[in-house]
Design a protein. Structure first.
Length: 230
């Protein structure tokens, strides 16, 4: 590679980073403007009365919500910038695979996050609330900890829902194949159970709600990789 392509590559990288950061800054500012409404909606939707345990907790939580909102809103644009930057280094077939599956990746992440929030987060908080009342203890739900719990669990599920897309991309690069995925299915099950135990609350219901969809997605991934190979 001569000097000119390297310089052009760096110029393109700078352009893509600048565009991505500008988009993220714009959506984050918009997120902060609406963060108070989002926070109120979360309290109503979760049926919880959240309390600020420190003087800065409300501000910190609103900043966190703004950053998350900004990242989610800007993610499609950022992903497009990354794809355009990576295009010269990809083979035509690899580029087509990434380009075609990128929208599905974003959809699956959103579906995983929404699924986790609606079923896993709410059921976990309901479980903890029931346990607290049964123990005749008054719960004080900390604002930052509760919102952080919901966000982390939703993000974890969103990432786990990326499995089909990641599998096809790895298959296109020749790293995995259908036979390998079938052969190592047991190891994957153990890995998912361990991750669920670490990333989710200790109750069995929540862990099952997280684990079963991921195992189903693994089967879908095997089918997709098989289709890709043929």
């Amino acid at each position: 590679m001569n000097k000119q392509p390297v310089e052009q590559h760096l110029i393109d990288l700078k352009k893509r980073l600048r565009n991505s950061l500008l988009a993220l800054a714009f959506t984050t500012v918009a997120g902060f403007i609406y963060s108070s409404r989002i926070l109120s909606w979360l309290q109503d939707d979760l049926s919880l009365s959240l309390h600020a345990l420190t003087a800065y907790e409300v501000f910190y939580t609103r900043i966190s919500i703004a950053l998350l909102f900004g990242l989610v809103m800007a993610l499609p644009f950022i992903a497009l910038q990354l794809l355009k930057f990576a295009k010269p280094g990809l083979k035509p077939r690899e580029y087509r695979v990434v380009r075609n599956y990128l929208p599905f990746s974003l959809i699956l992440f959103s579906a995983g996050a929404v699924f986790s929030y609606q079923f896993v987060v709410k059921s976990a908080l309901s479980f903890f609330s029931t346990m607290t009342r049964a123990s005749d203890v008054t719960a004080v739900w900390g604002l930052q900890n509760t919102i952080g719990f919901a966000v982390k669990l939703s993000a974890f599920s969103g990432l786990m829902f990326q499995l089909p897309v990641i599998s096809v991309v790895l298959a296109s690069a020749g790293i995995i194949d259908k036979e390998m995925m079938v052969e190592h299915r047991g190891y994957f099950v153990v890995a998912v159970l361990l991750l669920s135990a670490v990333a989710t609350p200790p109750d069995v219901v929540t862990q099952v709600l997280v684990t079963l969809p991921v195992l189903g997605l693994y089967q879908v991934s095997i089918w997709l990789v098989g289709r890709y190979e043929h």
